[in-house]
Design a protein around this ligand. Sequence first.
Ligand code: B30
Ligand code: ZN
Length: 261
Amino acid sequence: VAGNFSYDGTNGPSHWGKEYKTCLGKYQSPIDIEEKDVTTMTFPELQFSGVEGSHKAYMTNNGHTVMIQSFDSNVPSISGGPINSTYVFQQLHFHWGPNDNQGSEDLINNHSFSMELHVVLWKKEYGSYDEAIKRDDGLTVLGYLYQATDEPNPMFESIVQQIPDIVGVGSNITISDNNVLKKLVAPDIASAQNYFTYRGSLTTPPCLEIVQWIDFVKPQHISHEQLAAFRSIQSADGTNLTHNFRPVQPLDGRTVYRNIA
Ligand code: B30
Ligand code: ZN
């Protein structure tokens, strides 16, 4: 589950490259997206399937994040946009910070947001997640940014209520709200064509450079209290997982595109 990495000290991000050489590669994530440097492009319409309807979902503390998976026959998938085939939902998870001024992994114009949601999808033609991660176009990750506000976001209510049940590493529970995937995977169809996209990596070891990133431009919101619940889960060493974002990595000549619908 957890692997032997953390976000502080001798197993922190600046040490990952010793055990995981790929973490020192040239196509690493996250990055700072500078709006003045992006290349505009019109991609085909990004399409979501299998998002509607209820999904039986599970929530796990894997020692480095809160992760949600579904073992339902109705599985969300996406196609179009910068990817030229169908990608199937595997899991979603969150990155947050020790306070509301940090937490997102990708930055926009050097601005950090309070939290980032990653929806991880694998290329269907490779047959399984384990096969897909061996291929350089194996994954797409959707990134959603959240800014802390006083107002709670209803989409997080059911998750936040159940976080106390997964404080311990390895805890795994059924989510009572069967609409949670619908709300998190495709929260706002009106903003779904407004995204940045670039080639990068997993933001945790083994840092595989196999990800087409799709980062939605429009931030959503989460309340200070809802965010605080995420910081209460424990990491493998038994301390609170107060932060789990990787610092930004060099762009190294890569192009970041912005879709103009
Ligand atoms: S991310 O979206 O770039 N942050 C993995 C997937 C997506 C990202 C990072 C890592 C991944 O597949 N890691 C290995 C499998 N993990 C799942 C996980 O989310 O992180 C298995 C596990 O422990 O349970 Cu670690
Ligand atoms: Zn992530």
